[in-house]
Design a protein around this ligand. Structure first.
Ligand SMILES: [Zn+2]
Length: 199
């Protein structure tokens, strides 16, 4: 996309296009749309500030919430002894939408990837192992994507968790190959959770 010679505008397009899901063209369209509808700019400034001020990362599970620890980690009506491990917060929210799982979560923050140079130390492996040591956990459910990296991460984690003597299960592979957890509909996710296997 060529430079418009409007430095603030070009800077905005650059910022937007650095976000996931935005290419250069869609970033420019979004920026133009904001300029045509100036009231949206103020609403957006307000929203961004509010999100920045109020949303916290739960130091226990990695969820994003208005409190730390989050409302899931402090809810005594949930089964605090079963942890479901997910790749990202969007996966956690997808699991919550299924309304089937009543345990708690652990967000890894990604999966190991040789290509991207991401190893276990770059993810929240250590925090999970600490949770297992400090709390009474009866089962860890691995709900990672069915990609090669997701499977590799699952195996690495399962090995370390089993060393701690905890039962480890994984979602049933009724999941379509290559699928991501947050793209599954609630029904498929519930089936996958129901048919989980010990590994
Ligand atoms: Zn939490």
């Amino acid at each position: 996309m060529s430079d418009t010679k409007m430095q603030p505008f070009d800077q905005l397009v650059r910022e937007l296009s650095s976000l996931p899901g935005f290419g250069k063209r869609s970033a420019q369209r979004a920026a133009l749309s904001l300029l045509k509808n100036r009231s949206k700019i103020n609403k957006l400034i307000h929203n961004l500030k509010e999100v920045d001020d109020k949303v916290e990362e739960c130091q226990t599970c990695g969820n994003l919430s208005l409190s730390n620890p989050c409302h899931l980690c402090t809810n005594q009506e949930r089964n605090q002894s079963v942890i479901c491990v997910v790749e990202g917060v969007d996966d956690l929210w997808a699991m919550e939408r299924s309304e089937f799982f009543d345990g708690v979560y652990h967000v890894l923050g990604g999966v190991v990837s040789a290509i991207d140079g991401i190893g276990p130390d770059d993810l929240r492996f250590k925090e999970l192992l600490q949770r297992i040591e400090n709390t009474n956990i009866s089962e860890v459910i691995l709900a990672l994507g069915a990609s090669v990296d997701g499977s590799t991460t699952g195996h690495l984690l399962a090995r370390r968790l089993k060393e701690k003597g905890v039962k480890v299960t994984t979602l049933a592979r009724g999941m379509p190959m290559g699928s991501e957890v947050d793209y599954l509909d609630a029904g498929t996710l519930t089936l996958a959770l129901n048919g989980r296997m010990e590994i």
